[in-house]
Design a protein around this ligand. Structure first.
Ligand SMILES: [Zn+2]
Length: 194
């Protein structure tokens, strides 16, 4: 697997595939981007093949193609990155843009976390073990992103900033391994005690 490199606009030029999403806009002026939000997604849940997640983020998912997709109709969401279980990385939104991943959320008294965060979706579920390569690729990705956005400081799960509403990345997400992977790369993000 090759390392990651971004262009001046915050899009990958190495290490992943760009798939620009229409579900994104600008961050507020002077937003201090200091947060990374870890999510999981798989469509249908527990299915780790096909293009449904990419299609959802690109606004082209056929919501009649699976009965569990019915409530996704009209949903406009995205994330900066999607890390598949193979280690493949897709980028939907540039680092400096606002991806629509967190929804109603709050971190350290600040609402609307999309304004000041990067959103990373790992292909998975709350209960199945993640693939080791997903964790190492995510750490590589975050180390490269932090070279572009030096204000990045915190890392949380979606459930940490939208408790009661969201459960991802779930009990199967190995926080100690993720934090160790980041540390090995000199990317010192902190998970605040909640
Ligand atoms: Zn989420």
């Amino acid at each position: 697997m090759v390392g990651f490199e971004f262009d001046a606009q915050g899009w990958l030029i190495r290490g992943g595939r760009r798939a620009p999403s229409p579900h994104a806009d600008d961050r507020p002026n002077n937003a201090l981007v200091d947060l990374v939000v870890i999510h999981n997604i798989s469509l249908p849940s527990g299915c780790f093949e096909g293009s449904a997640v990419e299609d959802l983020f690109l606004g082209r998912l056929d919501c009649t193609s699976d009965p569990t997709f019915a409530d996704l109709k009209g949903l406009r969401v995205s994330a900066h990155f999607f890390v598949r279980r193979s280690g493949e990385v897709l980028q939907f939104v540039g680092l400096y843009g606002r991806a629509w991943h967190a929804g109603m959320s709050e971190f350290q008294g600040r609402a609307a976390c999309n304004d000041f965060s990067l959103g990373i979706e790992l292909e998975g579920t709350d209960d199945l073990p993640y693939a080791a390569i997903q964790l190492s690729r995510t750490a590589d990705l975050l180390a490269a992103a932090r070279d572009c956005i030096s204000s990045l400081r915190w890392i949380v799960g979606h459930s940490d900033i939208a408790p009661g509403r969201k459960t991802d990345p779930g009990p199967s997400f190995p926080w100690p391994i993720m934090l160790e992977n980041l540390k090995e790369r000199g990317c010192l993000l902190t998970r605040p005690s909640t």
